[in-house]
Write a protein that binds this ligand. Structure first.
Ligand code: ADP
Ligand code: MG
Length: 733
């Protein structure tokens, strides 16, 4: 299919767009009625479980106590009945392997009844535990292939739900996934462990502040997901998008995002219809999506849910990505979740808003109106500052992967230097603490006057926004902006929870020592502690422009690391300090940490090698033939001109011919590198070493091919150009 055919079909798809199925009727079934209808949530459990069983389940969810084995059978029976009423024929344990994707294994409820018929069965043990073959998931050397057993275990704290399909529905049970030696092969297990560790240390600190009734402290997460939607006709005409999720070629379109006419712009009809449908599907699944808008780049959008318990939020985020992709197809579009599907326009991130708290003490990062008087808040905030400063390289590592390399450090996303933005008010409070040991005041925000009488005076936020900081305090939570759009939330959450755990442990220990249990000594002890923390770790606080040259120089002076690429950033995962921290708080064993480093390097290598093979194939079998055809056309025109006795301008033909020659040279270089790397799919012998080669040799070789191809695109006749262009993909919508 040539680019122009795809363009023609996409234009038709846009102009002939009519809603695929009957339009959704929001007044017939309002969102409020729809919300959670496909979730085995508390309300359903309350209605369907015997009182004592319901109480046990709630206790597990609310206080983290283990669930008795006898309870599972009763819950399973209720779940099965509920699911079958909703049309379910199968149940599936869903889990989150270290690829960052979602995996599911389905089993039918049906079992032979022994007399020629069949009955629906679902026991407590089938609910609690599954046994998918683990050998095809990366384990980073944890699991030898002869011990292929993997287990999934029901995560009671994340609700089961129904996934719909026109041909029936499936009961889906969120699970943790581990090897038969008990080692975590997934993203959920360490997240659950880190939540537990965080609770223990947060409780210690809260006790020091005199609280008596302290329910389970949990981390909360609210992710803002950016994504692109493009017409499917284009998608299927681009092998790079199909296989790599991003364009490996593409000249800049005449118009990009420079007019700022996209951000918060009116949403095209077909796109809006797709968003509404996605949201409705997510409502049914109990995912509390709230915000939608156009993003900065053309055809880029954002969707954000209301924050939830971090473990549930992470599961919901995986579901959200799944639904975005699924529903887009229904509307003739493709959802691109890659961090950088198009060079030259904004990439996509997933801002991770994070906080911690519980129902009684509330959000522990809520400063109140006068933070300088809010000792407890200052202590939790100082814990974050210390944690991020001590472990900035870990935070950088957990967002490091091939896709995010196109984003971090480029002038659009936060820089690769991890720093904290506190805003004016908080920054000032900590400055006072640093200078004089105490803070006497909090700058107040006051009101804005807009100069229009009919507008009410608007209360001003105490701090402005800062878009350039990778880790920003935004009122009552921190926003980790370096997370990539395609990533699971779990890795970043595990890192945040664990470094916070360590900081709170340190703080609790210091305060316990200083006060000896005497509440009267607390204020004095906190003062000393805050001052020492801000002295030792204040270097990580930066309120200025993170994109500026000066900041890079200043950060270097402050000793803040700047790990630019995945290969520089990933090794921090196995820093001795990280390994011992993860072990101390029982989040990951040393072997589990090491296996993760290996897997992430392997993923990196697999990604770059795949892109390199694709670059080679597309350049050689799609671009080169098109260029030569055009060359032939020009040459024929030259011959015709000569025969007709008119002058022919050879400049274009010469330029084209020289580019074709360069293209062949660059292809040959890449081809050799690909041959040396061997084919894909056989695993990577030494991922860390191979990743160096990928970053230093393969990527530049790919880039060299791309540069020639992108130049060719600007001179080859449009009707010869075989790939949909940026202009087409980004603007025909
Ligand atoms: P902005 O980033 O524009 O300030 P919002 O204030 O709407 O946007 O918040 C963005 C995300 O942060 C939303 O998903 C929201 O639910 C989430 N959020 C708000 N409060 C918290 C909190 N205490 N913990 C975690 N996430 C939160
Ligand atoms: Mg935000």
């Amino acid at each position: 299919m040539s680019g122009s055919t795809a363009r023609f079909q996409a234009i038709q798809a846009v102009t002939n767009y009519t809603p695929i199925s009957a339009p959704l009727n929001f007044s017939e079934t309002p969102g409020s009625e729809l919300f959670g209808t496909n979730v085995f949530n508390m309300k359903v459990m309350k209605d369907r479980l015997p009182k004592n069983i319901f109480k046990s389940v709630m206790k597990t969810i609310e206080s983290g106590e283990p669930l008795g084995a006898d309870i599972a059978d009763t819950v399973a029976a209720a779940m099965k009945d509920w699911a079958i009423e909703k049309g379910a024929t199968h149940y599936a344990h869903v889990f989150y392997p270290l690829t960052g994707l979602t995996a599911e294994k389905h089993d039918s409820f049906l079992a032979p009844d022994g007399v020629g018929g069949a009955v629906n069965e679902f026991s407590g043990s089938a609910l609690s535990q599954g046994e998918p073959d683990a050998s095809s998931f990366p384990s980073g050397g944890i699991r030898a292939t002869f011990e292929a057993r993997g287990y999934t275990a029901w995560d009671v704290t994340s609700p089961a739900y129904i996934l719909e399909n026109p041909n029936g529905t499936t009961l889906v049970i969120p699970t943790a996934f581990f090897s038969w030696t008990g080692e975590a092969l997934d993203k959920k297990t360490p997240l659950l462990r880190s939540m537990k560790a965080l609770n223990i240390q947060a409780q210690r600190v809260l006790k020091l502040f005199g609280h008596k009734n302290i329910p389970l402290v949990t981390a909360s997460a609210g992710p803002e997901q950016e994504y692109f939607l493009i017409d499917r006709n284009f998608f299927f005409a681009r092998p790079d998008l199909i296989s790599a999720g991003r364009t490996l070629f593409g000249a800049m379109p005449p118009k990009g995002q420079e007019f700022c006419d996209q951000y918060f712009g009116a949403i095209p009809d077909r796109v809006l219809a797709c968003m509404m449908d996605t949201e409705r599907e997510l409502f049914k699944l109990g995912v509390p999506v709230k915000t939608r808008h156009n993003e900065v780049a053309p055809s880029q959008y954002e969707i954000a849910p209301i924050y939830e318990n971090a473990n549930v939020a992470a599961d919901h985020q995986q579901l959200l990505m799944l639904m975005l992709k699924k529903v887009a197809g229904k509307y003739g579009m493709e959802c691109l979740l890659h961090e950088k599907p198009f060079a030259g326009v904004n990439g996509s991130g997933k801002h991770l808003n994070w906080s911690l708290g519980n129902a009684v003490q509330g959000n522990l990062l809520e400063p109140g109106k006068t933070p300088h008087e809010n000792m407890q808040f200052l202590v939790f905030c100082a814990a974050v500052i210390r944690a991020v400063h001590k472990h900035s390289t870990l935070l950088r590592a957990v967002v490091a992967h091939a896709g995010n390399d196109h984003r971090l450090g480029a002038n659009e996303a936060p820089p690769a230097i991890i720093s904290i933005f506190l805003g004016e008010q908080l920054g000032d409070v900590f400055d006072q603490i640093k200078k004089s040991g105490t803070a006497a005041s909090s700058k107040q925000a006051g009101f804005m006057t807009v100069g229009v009488d009919t507008l009410p005076p608007l209360p001003k936020d105490a701090g402005d926004r800062n878009r350039t900081s990778p880790f920003a305090f935004t009122g009552n939570k921190f926003e980790f902006r370096a997370v990539g759009s395609s990533q699971s939330l779990s890795g970043p959450l595990v890192a945040l929870n664990t470094i916070m755990t360590e900081s709170l442990d340190y703080i609790a220990t210091e305060l316990e020592k200083a006060t000896g249990g005497d509440q009267a000594k607390l204020a004095g002890a906190v003062q000393v502690l805050l001052k020492s923390i801000i002295n030792d770790h204040g270097a990580v606080v930066f309120n200025g422009d993170g994109y500026s040259e000066e900041w890079h120089a200043e950060a270097a002076k402050r000793g803040l690391p700047n790990n630019k690429q995945t290969i520089d950033a990933l090794p921090a995962i196995t820093d001795p300090a990280v390994i011992s921290m993860m072990e101390k708080y029982k989040v990951l064993t040393p072997r589990e940490v090491e296996s993760r480093e290996e897997i992430y390097f392997e993923q990196y290598v697999l990604t770059i090698n795949l892109e390199a093979r694709l670059t080679h194939e597309i350049a050689k079998t799609i671009i080169y033939p098109a260029a030569v055809r055009y060359q032939g056309e020009l040459a024929a025109a030259a011959a015709n001109c000569k025969a007709a006795g008119v002058e022919f301008d050879f400049s274009l033909l010469s330029k084209l011919s020289s580019l074709i020659k360069t293209l062949n040279e660059k292809i040959a270089i890449l081809e050799k590198l690909n041959d040396d790397a061997g084919g894909g799919g056989h695993g990577v012998a030494n991922p860390k070493k191979a990743s160096e080669r990928c970053a230093k040799q393969v990527k530049p070789a790919m880039q060299a091919v791309r540069a020639v191809v992108d130049e060719l695109e600007t001179i080859v006749a449009d009707d010869h150009w075989p790939l949909p262009t940026y202009q087409e993909m980004l603007f025909i919508k």
